[in-house]
Design a binder for this molecule. Structure first.
Ligand code: NAD
Length: 255
């Protein structure tokens, strides 16, 4: 028996990267899965997998994606709010609409996912929601203020939702990935100096594979995390703790 054998899950942003990895892991562990994305998904002949076109900034589209899970599989137990992207630019010189575009997708999209998923979950006695925030919720991003601020807000949204939904037996948590090798970060990783800069900050000296983010997300959705709600799990190869003071010269007797 897989961990999620009788469960039904919704994954936003399920066409690519981290969301696609979560979808694969859920199917492998027995869940029936609805992938919601603005991009198409080829579900092949898998009867336990459904793809819906949905923009997470559109309330009707998110409600319809949740309704698809209930109509096709009878219930909704798990939701993963993964859809995300960013338009970068500095606060003074970025394009007028980009700040709001990014904040709308990252924060309002997360809110709509929690709102509509929780309404379905409470009908069947509870569930678990995981929001994929970012290490940039804790560590600022030069040229990415909207993304970083909205990710901090989505991390905090998970905590408010956890409070409000505890009586409905719905747990809500956030995962904060560092640098992950997905299409979203292709530009960062293919620019040599940017790549070297990232590697100098990450103690494990490599980006994560999307599967390494999917695993912690599934843990938070699983019964192993039955007493875990309103918290955040940083999954960053040590990036957040890398701004450390280094006493090695003292220990080795150097002046
Ligand atoms: N890759 C990283 O280094 C990294 C680090 C921290 C957090 N994250 C976050 O993880 C999440 C997944 O990112 P990824 O790296 O897998 O990127 P990705 O580009 O591979 O996947 C993102 C998916 O979201 C979908 N999407 C974008 N806008 C959407 C919308 N309005 N409605 C529905 N779907 C939409 C895209 O079509 C795509 O399939 C994002 O929220 C991202 O901010 C990524």
């Amino acid at each position: 028996m897989g961990r999620f054998e009788s469960r039904v899950a919704l994954v936003t942003g399920g066409a690519s990267g981290i969301g696609a990895a979560i979808g694969r892991r859920l199917r492998a562990e027995g869940a029936r899965v609805v992938l919601a994305d603005v991009a198409p998904v080829d579900t092949g002949d898998d009867e336990g997998l459904v793809a819906v076109r949905a923009d997470v900034t559109d309330a009707d589209a998110v409600a319809a994606a949740v309704a698809t899970a209930v109509d096709r599989f009878g219930r909704l137990d798990l939701a993963f709010g993964v859809a995300g992207a960013a338009r970068f630019g500095t606060i003074t010189d970025g394009a007028d609409d980009d700040w709001r575009w990014t904040a709308d997708l990252v924060l309002h999209g997360s809110y709509l996912t929690v709102r509509h998923a929780a309404r379905a979950m409470r009908e069947t006695g509870g569930g678990a929601i995981v929001l994929v925030s970012s290490l940039n919720a804790h560590v600022p991003l030069y040229g990415g203020s909207s993304y970083a601020a909205a990710k901090a807000a989505s991390e905090n949204l998970a905590k408010s939702a956890a409070l409000e939904l505890a009586d409905d037996r719905i747990r809500v948590n956030a995962v904060l990935p560092g640098l992950v090798a997905t299409p979203l970060t292709e530009g960062f990783r293919s620019d040599r100096s940017l790549h070297e800069d990232f590697m100098s900050r990450i103690p494990q000296r490599r980006p994560a594979d999307p599967e390494e983010i999917a695993g912690p997300c599934l843990y938070l959705a699983s019964d192993d995390a039955s007493y875990v709600t309103g918290t955040s799990l940083v999954v960053d190869g040590g990036w957040e703790i890398s701004n450390y003071a280094d006493l090695r010269p003292l220990l080795h007797g150097e002046p």
